[in-house]
Design a protein around this ligand. Structure first.
Ligand code: SAH
Length: 342
């Protein structure tokens, strides 16, 4: 049985039509789900008991159970959600001046194998459904009694390895009759699954694309990020240029600074050569500590030097604030868990 939260409004109308229900019923259900954020079909009190029964017979009602919730000293909160099948994923709530941003997971585990990232350490289990993606937002909004203003697909998983469900979730999240989070307030981050960069460029969605670049040299990048062996930097950049041309949207390149790996002047020059003249922005991330890995972060002074050097050479670069590292909620620190894990 599929979850009721898998459908954008138009699709929900079709689903209900098959059950001989009028389109306005779908509008009512959609409002209960995403405006009133109810916990069950029984709470949809303007629907007849018969219709509620019918809905229960045909659709699941996805609700994530909060297994744990941790708070960082900087205000960041990390949720461990239990899914219906006993798997568990992490979701992170961050406070910014401009609003509340939610970092959502797209898969239970990750196949990408990036050496510096904790999400990939355990075996991959499965992709999330659109409902399980959307429900991360609903669960946090209910729990904190807040409205999320930004969503970033930067939690566990590779969003482009679950492309259809992620795009469908974005359409649901974006719908003005529901959560109504503007596409420009939604970011997708990819380690570089090139065919989907082209695919996203051809969709009519104004979301932000982030590319986890981290290295400008193929040899090194292939070691740190195995996906580079399949799609190298040249192919990646070609796709990025197509994306910018097609959408006229700025791409954000993520670059985790790792001491001695990718943080010297040659690396900065590599970035300048690669990105000069492109409609883009570089997000420098001091690499976060993960278990059993030797990577150390570049010291603060060098990070500033690296940033300034890029800026002086025409590349817009900023340093991402480190949020939630004391509760392992920062970039690259999220992991899939089984419900028995601590
Ligand atoms: N799989 C997607 C989505 C994850 S986003 C992707 O790779 O883009 C998480 C971001 O944090 C990515 O840019 C990732 O490369 C980065 N990251 C991973 N491990 C990190 C670490 N230890 N420190 C800082 N950033 C890290």
């Amino acid at each position: 049985m599929k979850s009721i939260k898998n459908y954008d409004l138009e699709e929900l109308k079709k689903q209900l039509l098959e059950l001989n229900e009028k389109p306005y019923r779908a509008e009512q259900v959609f409002k209960w789900l995403y405006v009133d954020k109810v916990n069950s079909f029984d709470e949809m009190t303007n629907l007849s008991l018969d219709l509620r029964k019918k809905l229960k017979e045909h659709f699941e009602f996805t609700i994530h159970k909060i297994k744990t919730k941790q708070s960082s000293k900087d205000g960041t909160k990390k949720y461990l959600f239990e899914l219906n099948d006993g798997n568990a994923i992490e979701t992170v709530l961050m406070e910014y001046k401009y609003g509340k941003s939610l970092c959502v997971s797209s898969q239970v585990g990750c196949k990408m194998g990036c050496k510096f990232c904790a999400s990939t350490g355990l075996p991959f289990i499965r992709s999330l459904t659109s409902a399980e993606i959307v429900e991360q937002i609903l669960a946090v909004e209910r729990d904190e009694n807040i409205k999320i203003s930004n969503v970033v697909f930067m939690g566990i998983g590779e969003p482009f390895d679950n492309y259809e469900n992620v795009i469908n979730a974005i359409r649901i999240i974006n719908n003005q009759k529901g959560l109504s989070i503007g596409a420009r307030h939604i970011s997708i981050s990819t380690s570089g699954l090139v065919p989907y960069i082209y695919k996203l460029a051809d969709e009519n969605i104004q979301c932000t694309l982030s590319i986890s670049l981290h290295c400008t040299n193929n040899e090194k990048r292939s070691i740190l990020m195995p996906i580079n062996r399949k799609y190298n930097i040249e192919e990646l950049m070609k796709a990025c240029k197509y994306y910018i041309e097609k959408t006229n949207r700025r791409i954000s390149f993520e670059y985790a600074l790792i001491k001695g790996e990718n943080d010297n002047i040659e690396d900065a020059n590599g970035l300048i050569k690669l990105l000069k003249g492109m409609l883009c922005h570089v997000n420098l991330i001091p690499v976060n500590k993960i278990e059993n890995e030797p990577f150390k972060k570049t010291n603060d002074k060098n990070i500033i030097k690296f940033r300034d050097y890029l800026n002086e050479n025409g590349i817009v670069a900023t340093v991402r604030r480190e949020l939630g590292s004391d509760i392992d909620a920062a970039c690259g620190q999220l992991r899939r868990k089984s419900v028995n894990d601590k």
